[in-house]
Design a protein. Sequence first.
Length: 87
Amino acid sequence: MSIELPKEARSAAIASIERYFLEEHGERIGNMAAGALLNFFLADIGPAVYNLAVAQAQERMQARVADLDIELHAEAFTWWTQRKGKP
């Protein structure tokens, strides 16, 4: 699966990579080099991050579904027990 960023997010990511290299390494990295590095990250590392996010979302959803029985459970056949003490 190919991970693609929206145009605005891609531009922001490239700018962030350029800033990182300048501030952390004192080196200028060009726009094309930063874009190529972003492409590498998205193609090679992105799927691992994506898969982890999906697994975490799945785990949270399964926990929520398991709680449905507790949250939405309604006792059946309680009319007679609720009626006790009433004339």
